[in-house]
Every structure is written in C-alpha cells, then in structure tokens.
Design a protein around this ligand. Structure first.
Ligand code: SF4
Ligand code: SF4
Length: 236
C-alpha cells in the first residue's frame, strides 16, 4: 500500500512537472500517507504486541485486548529496551561454560576474526554442523530467492555505527552473532566490519545492538539507513 501511495505521488509530481525534491515528496507522498488508513491502523496497532515481553500468554491476551478494543486497551507492560533484554555471555553460558573459558573463546575468536556463536554453542554441547558443501537453506536464502541488487559504487553503506567507540567497549557484539549473512564480521579494534554485498536487509542487527546511545536510550549504536542497492525478495 505504501508503494502504491508513493507511485501515485510520483505520477502526480510528473503530471504537474514538479521536481522530486524533499519538499515536493513530503507534500505529495508523506501527507498522503499520513491521511491513509495505514496511519490510522498503525496507531491502533502501536501497542498491540505489548505483553510478549512478559510471555506468550500475556502477549496473546495483549493482542486480543488491542484488537477487540481498536487499540484503546493494551497490556500495560513497559517494553524493555534492547540493552535491558539481552543477557551477558556470562549470564547466558555461565552454567555450562566456566567464565575463564568464555574469556578464552572470546579472545580466540577475536584474534581469528570469527563470530562467537559456533565456538560457544559447540562448547555448550550443540553438535557441530559439518561443512559438507551441501546447500543449507536458511531464512537468508529464502529472502535472497528474489535476488540482491548490487549497491552502486560511491554510495554510503546502509548499516553504520553511530559511535565506533561504543562498539569497542561492547561486550557481546551481538550484531555480528545475529548476522547469518556474515555481512557483519569482527573487525580490527573491536568495530565490526560491514559488507553491504552480503547484507540481505533483514534488520536483525538493528534489533540486536545492545548499546544505547548516551542521552537517548531508545536508540542504539547501530544505525540502519536508506541506501543504494537492496533486495528483491519473494517476501518483498
Ligand atoms: S553495533 Fe551495537 S552490538 Fe554491534 S558491536 Fe557495535 S555496539 Fe555492539
Ligand atoms: S540487515 Fe544486519 S543482520 Fe541482516 S544481513 Fe544485513 S547486516 Fe546482517
């Protein structure tokens, strides 16, 4: 629907001979969208998932409340921010891997430029996945079925780090662990390296960054921006 709204805005601008500037698109598209049912429904749905932070049953009750009341009622659970939601490695693996060993695994993986998940999960008892050359179909593959559009040279990356110093101090680097496209990998000095040609725009890194911005804890250090290139997925 937003695509249709944008298409109408663009054809209106073309018909009127106006340029595709920010001001014109604000008038032709943004205003249209703000007055559409998407905006109204968005407000109704705004807190429809509150409750899942506390459990599945609470979440389902919250959705029912919100759905049946048109958004007037919702589960009064304060959503937790990312950094409040994610446990540290020691908290998560502490009952299965001694702290000194967790430290060693982190050091080894940092030195070899590898994510932590394989080493930690295998040490915790998960079976290793043999690299046998056979295709392993993941949600990434499903997203990529439609094909990836290569980003044009010279354009800025769409995933950036607001303050690299926060990445250096980051204890989990969860963005790297969550990126099953291996588009984020350990980089020198603790700042992840982003490879936009591997990124499938899933957004997992964006939801997973654990570092709140100083003075703005609703935002985290990983910034997901509009950018060149992208995905033509079956989902899209
Ligand atoms: S982007 Fe966020 S999660 Fe990733 S290393 Fe930086 S601070 Fe940590
Ligand atoms: S959006 Fe983030 S997590 Fe997803 S593939 Fe791109 S870099 Fe990786």
């Amino acid at each position: 629907m937003t695509g249709v709204l944008l298409a109408h805005a663009v054809t209106d601008l073309l018909a009127a001979g106006k340029p595709f500037g920010r001001h014109e698109l604000d008038e032709a598209y943004v205003a249209r969208r703000r007055h559409s049912w998407i905006e109204t429904e968005g407000v109704v749905a705004e807190r429809a998932r509150d409750g899942f932070h506390a459990g599945v049953v609470t979440g389902l009750v919250g959705m029912a409340l919100s759905g049946l009341s048109g958004g007037r009622l919702f589960m009064p659970v304060e959503p937790r921010r990312p950094h409040e939601r994610v446990r540290s490695l020691a908290q998560y693996f502490g009952d299965r891997i001694p702290a000194a060993e967790i430290d060693r695994i982190v050091r080894d993986c940092t030195q070899s430029g590898q994510p932590l998940h394989d080493a930690l999960l295998e040490r915790a008892g998960w079976p290793a996945i043999p690299y046998d050359g056979a295709l392993l179909v993941s949600h990434q593959d499903a997203l990529l079925v439609g094909g990836k559009v290569q980003a044009a040279a010279g354009y800025a990356d769409h995933v950036i780090f607001h303050d690299p110093a926060l990445c250096r101090d980051c204890q989990t680097r969860l963005c790297i662990e969550m990126c099953s496209g291996q588009a984020l990998m350990p980089g020198s000095g603790g700042v992840p390296v982003f490879d936009r040609e591997k990124c499938i725009h899933c957004g997992a890194c964006y939801w997973s960054c654990m570092q709140p911005l100083p003075g703005n804890p609703d935002r985290t250090n990983l910034v997901f921006r509009a950018g060149s290139g992208g995905l033509h997925s079956t989902e899209n």
